[in-house]
Design a protein around this ligand. Structure first.
Ligand SMILES: C[S@@+](CC[C@H](N)C(=O)[O-])C[C@H]1O[C@@H](n2cnc3c(N)ncnc32)[C@H](O)[C@@H]1O
Length: 265
């Protein structure tokens, strides 16, 4: 991976820029029509227009929500929780991106690592996503960053604990904007994950701050509560610049975030 930090940073930004330019060029009523198909289908994208709309409207929000969670996890959290396996290490690390969509969260993790020059070797990623189209993009987007990519084109209720076994001692579990979905049994998902775990496992669960999301994250984390000493939560706002359909231009605004993080070691 002989690519400069700037090139890597540009790649996420470039994806969003391309999608935004193409989406913004559509007539406003077409934009609204595409947008209106996303939520009722639980963001399981069935065509290329939905992938483009998702990136144009949501990718920068998710980037903003994740980037300072990673700042916390790979900073103070490691210190407080005394996660030795993540201190000054060049050992390979695994990542699981649940309901990965186009793989934005696993990409942001690598861009964060590169930008902050942390030197972590996130080597393996497991991508789980029911939309074949989105999953194909996720594999493409992450192929620059991970040597080892495993993919499952499935809903969570079709995943088994065996599918979640990772290669390395440390695994980062990314649950970005999925635990709020009304079609997901978050307790069943957590109960499937639990027996698959070995080594050190860090969970980053993040969603917009509304009651469904808070409840979903809470119910997911409850399954691990007895095995975990500390649960950390963030309830705050993130600054975002993204395309807005109402004004048909790039706007700066704040999004409310709810996130919980914990480690099992
Ligand atoms: C709001 S998007 C989040 C995508 C990605 N994690 C991100 O942060 O950009 C929700 C994702 O969950 C996926 N999804 C919806 N229902 C699912 C299910 N039952 N099992 C697994 N994934 C599901 C969708 O296809 C979509 O990619």
């Amino acid at each position: 991976m002989n690519v400069s930090a700037n090139n890597h940073l540009a790649s996420f930004a470039q994806i969003v820029k391309n999608s935004t330019q193409r989406f913004a060029a559509l007539p406003a009523h077409v934009q609204w029509d595409i947008y209106s198909t996303l939520k009722p289908n639980h963001y399981i994208c069935q065509n290329e227009s939905q992938l483009m709309a998702y990136n144009a409207l949501f990718a920068n929000q998710h980037f903003a929500k994740l980037i300072d969670l990673f700042d916390f996890v790979f900073g103070r959290f490691i210190e407080i929780e005394q996660i030795n396996a993540l201190q000054n290490t060049t050992q390979p690390i695994s990542v699981i991106d649940y309901g990965c969509g186009q793989g934005l969260a696993s990409m942001v993790l690598q861009e964060f690592n590169r930008e902050r020059q942390l030197g972590y070797q996130f080597e393996e990623v497991i991508l789980i996503e029911p939309s074949a189209l989105a999953l194909k993009e996720a594999v493409k987007n992450n192929s620059l960053y991970y040597t080892n990519i495993k993919q499952y084109c499935r809903k969570f209720d079709q995943i088994t604990a065996d599918d979640l076994h990772t290669k390395h001692q440390v695994t980062i579990h990314l649950l970005s904007n999925v635990l709020d979905l009304p079609n997901i049994d978050v307790t069943a998902l957590a109960s499937c994950i639990k027996p698959s775990l070995s080594g050190v496992n860090i969970f980053v669960c993040c969603s917009p701050n509304f009651s469904n999301a808070v409840n979903g994250i809470k119910r997911f984390c409850d399954v691990f509560d007895n095995d975990v000493e500390n649960m950390y939560y963030h309830k705050d706002y993130c600054d975002v610049e993204s395309f807005e359909m109402r004004s048909q231009r790039l706007c700066k605004y704040r999004v409310p975030r709810y996130a919980k993080m914990f480690v099992m070691q």
